[in-house]
Design a protein around this ligand. Structure first.
Ligand SMILES: [Zn+2]
Length: 98
């Protein structure tokens, strides 16, 4: 789980989810209100995890049904959102991804 670099409080899974959905440039710490950024390592990791649903595509193409395709893609995106807080690391400064 991500830890705020300003107040050292660990964000809960729910906090991280909330922060992610207002993800513009930074995420406001729910405890101290200071804007936190993802470290470049963390950005790399989260975008790598983001590719994971794409791995489901070959499986999806086995089914000749749009309903199943949509359900699988939906499940893949939901599980992506669920695990992402575990990969997030925070920084006080904005870091470039590469
Ligand atoms: Zn904080």
């Amino acid at each position: 789980m991500p830890t705020c670099q300003n107040c050292q409080k660990q964000w809960s899974w729910k906090d991280s989810q909330k922060a992610m959905f207002q993800f513009k440039k930074g995420m406001k710490c729910p405890y101290c209100g200071v804007t936190q950024y993802q470290t470049s390592d963390s950005q790399k990791r989260t975008s790598l995890v983001g590719m994971a649903p794409l791995l489901a595509l070959p499986i999806v193409s086995l089914f000749d049904s749009w309903t199943i395709t949509i359900v699988i893609i939906l499940l893949a995106s939901l599980s992506y959102l669920a695990v992402i807080p575990f990969f997030m690391k925070l920084s006080n400064k904005e870091e470039l991804m590469w």
